[in-house]
Design a binder for this molecule. Sequence first.
Ligand code: URA
Length: 412
Amino acid sequence: MAKRDGARLTDEQIDWVVAAYTRGDVADEQMAALAMAILLNGMDTGEIARWTQAMIDSGEVLVFGDIGRPLVDKHSTGGVGDKITLPLAPLVAACGAAVPQLSGRGLGHTGGTLDKLEAIPGWRAALSLEEIAAQLADVGAVICATTPTLAPADRKLYALRDVTGTVESIPLIASSIMSKKIAEGADGLVLDVKVGSGAFMKTPESARELATTMVELGRAHGLATTALLTDMSVPLGRAVGNALEVAESVEVLRGGGPADVVELTVALAREMLALARIDADPAAVLAKGEAYAVWERMIAAQGGDPDAPLPVAAHVEEVVADRSGYASFDALAIGTAAWRLGAGRARKEDAVQAGAGVRLLVDHGAAVAAGEPLLQLHTDTPDAVAGARELLGGIVADAPPGPRRLVLDTLR
Ligand code: URA
């Protein structure tokens, strides 16, 4: 009620409500009302810091012990074709750091890192804390499911926000992300805060506010944090969908792949290595294939076969340009189409299709002729194609787009 009426929550109120909700003593309806009041009335810096601490205190902080390398972590606020974690974790490990990537599954139009890796035959997402620590010391990189003991208040609250229209609150997003990241116990964190149609934050102003809030939260908790604001108005790379994105990540790890995926991977790696105080050139390490060697070991350590053929969709259809002009690929439209084709899920319990998604056949902004194939739609459920085509809307523009700046700003 205090928050509904515009008042500040006291430290005691925050500690109590987060702990009681986690225990089940505060009902979902009550917490949903509070989340809505926070969405509408906001929280000040002190409230956000206390809320974040209460979420951390709802579980345990991971302690990996001495693994002989600096621990550095990365988080992306989510985007379309955002497979960057896949090449980035082995790259930063190949440069000498340890990278624990405790990740989630996708919901809605943005894909989840675990869904992508589960396209690899045999690969296992669930690891114990001991397995994570051993793999960090041995291979240097782990991408796995988040452990149930990490900020359990957030797990419950995020699921509730998802169904009550209360996700889009900067204090709630910042505390949700940072409570999990701080509880992971890394020495440094690089945030990739996405801006544009395919991102949570549609405008540079709101993305900057979220990034600043998270950098300050990190600092207040002794976690060195840097944030990059990066463009998400266009999909990253040419592949959107689980197995399609794994294949593209492998191209990058082998020294090829789309220029934007390489650029962002290297830019994030540089920031992570700076926080880890490691003097290495990630672009050179990537080009030499050293990150690919770590990838193979990382996948094999979790039961996956890095050489196995990836699943392919049963049905592939092309979308051609309906007129001459310039290819125009909107991140939200493509992400939603890939989701509809089976690459994503609408509810937590849904399964995803490993082979489904959208492949871009030309670059955004390329000059195209009428009838030229621009996209491939991949799915096991051909009935979904008509809906996906509708969601795509116009993919040819009359004028070329302005130049794309991928990294818009860096906040330290
Ligand atoms: N990702 C999270 O982990 N939490 C949010 O609130 C939004 C995105």
